[in-house]
Design a protein around this ligand. Structure first.
Ligand code: AHM
Ligand code: MG
Length: 315
């Protein structure tokens, strides 16, 4: 077996950059451990509540953020942290070359029902400022806390998947992920249909029409409600994920966040041969104007994303 440490040593990337991946892997392994027993230890519930002993309870997103923060603080290569849980970017004690942007616990509405959640992260050159487009990412990854804990990483050209073993070591389980060009699975929150734009309506209607419509094949819909889980399925077997701009999210620019949701996931999917779009451009080309900026996200199998792009071209 190849461990994450072996794999990182074999990559032609700066040792400091590799160490940032190790740091995020270590934080993810610790978050996985906390999640496994949260219902038993009582570390569930909402921040601001107290448990039966009268102690302040911390929501798991706050705990996960603290875990990432403490791991990052120990790595001298990282100087800046941007987190979904923190209003401002944090300047770390270290003067390191790297910036990490993270959603420490994505999909947290799924926590109470023991459904997959995850940690998403993006790595940037700290000297280039906080507001860099996704094309500037030096690496990205996520951990999916499901039946197994999976860690999926990229430095750009390839995406590799690792699985956490019983000893707390990540073992390489897929060396080069490949998103099939064609697929018959789509993921979108259809409860928002009345809010959709014409392109999203048109694309989904064709899928629903199945073999009787212009797509000429039958589709299945899958929506976990954790971006990490939905994107992991796409990286493993193809499909498309859509959180488009709709009449409600348009005021905010979208639902998902660009720096630590859209960009890292788009880089991973593109590294595995898939595509991404906002409807207007690649997610990776959007130049951010604020750290918590939102963005419409469509990503996955190239042929499916191309169909969505064609709909945007038409409408
Ligand atoms: P979060 O970062 O607050 O967890 O929100 C992001 C999540 C994604 O994981 C998921 O794809 C999406 O929100 C689900 O949204 P909805 O509840 O509208 O279906
Ligand atoms: Mg999130």
């Amino acid at each position: 077996m190849t461990t994450l440490t072996d794999w990182l040593a074999a990559q032609t990337v700066d040792a400091g950059l590799a160490s940032v991946m190790q740091t995020m892997a270590a934080a993810s392994a610790e978050i996985a451990r906390v999640l496994r027993s949260a219902a038993i230890t009582g570390e569930t519930g909402l921040a601001g509540h107290t448990n039966v002993q009268g102690e302040a309870q911390k929501a798991l997103d706050v705990i996960s953020n603290d875990i990432v923060l403490s791991h990052i603080g120990e790595n001298p290569e990282i100087s800046i942290l941007i987190s979904e849980e923190l209003d401002e970017a944090v300047q770390m004690q270290n003067q390191g070359r790297y910036l990490v942007a993270t959603d420490p616990l994505d999909g947290s509405s799924n926590l109470d029902v023991n459904v997959t959640v995850g940690t998403i992260f993006s790595i940037l050159d700290a000297s280039k400022g906080l507001l860099q487009p996704g094309t500037a990412q030096l690496g990205a990854g996520y951990a999916a806390y499901g039946p197994a804990t999976s860690l999926v990483l990229t430095f750009g050209p390839r995406a590799a998947a690792f699985t956490l073993d019983d000893t707390g070591t990540f073992q390489l389980t897929t060396a080069a992920l490949s998103v099939p060009r064609a697929s018959a699975e789509y993921a979108i929150n259809t409860a928002r249909e009345r809010l959709w734009d014409a392109a999203t309506r048109g694309y989904v209607a064709e899928n629903v029409a199945g073999e009787t419509g212009p797509a000429g094949k039958r589709y299945n819909m899958r929506w976990v409600g954790s971006m990490v889980a939905d994107v992991h399925r796409i990286l493993m077997r193809g499909g498309i994920f859509l959180y488009p701009l709709d009449s409600e999210t348009s005021a905010k620019g979208g639902r998902l966040r660009l720096l630590y949701e859209g960009n890292p996931m788009a880089l991973l999917v593109q590294a595995a041969g898939g595509r991404s779009t906002t409807g207007q451009q690649s997610v990776l080309d959007v130049v951010p104007t604020s750290i918590h900026q939102r963005v419409p996200v469509v990503l996955g199998s190239a042929d499916e994303v191309a169909r969505v792009e064609a709909w945007y071209g038409r409408t």
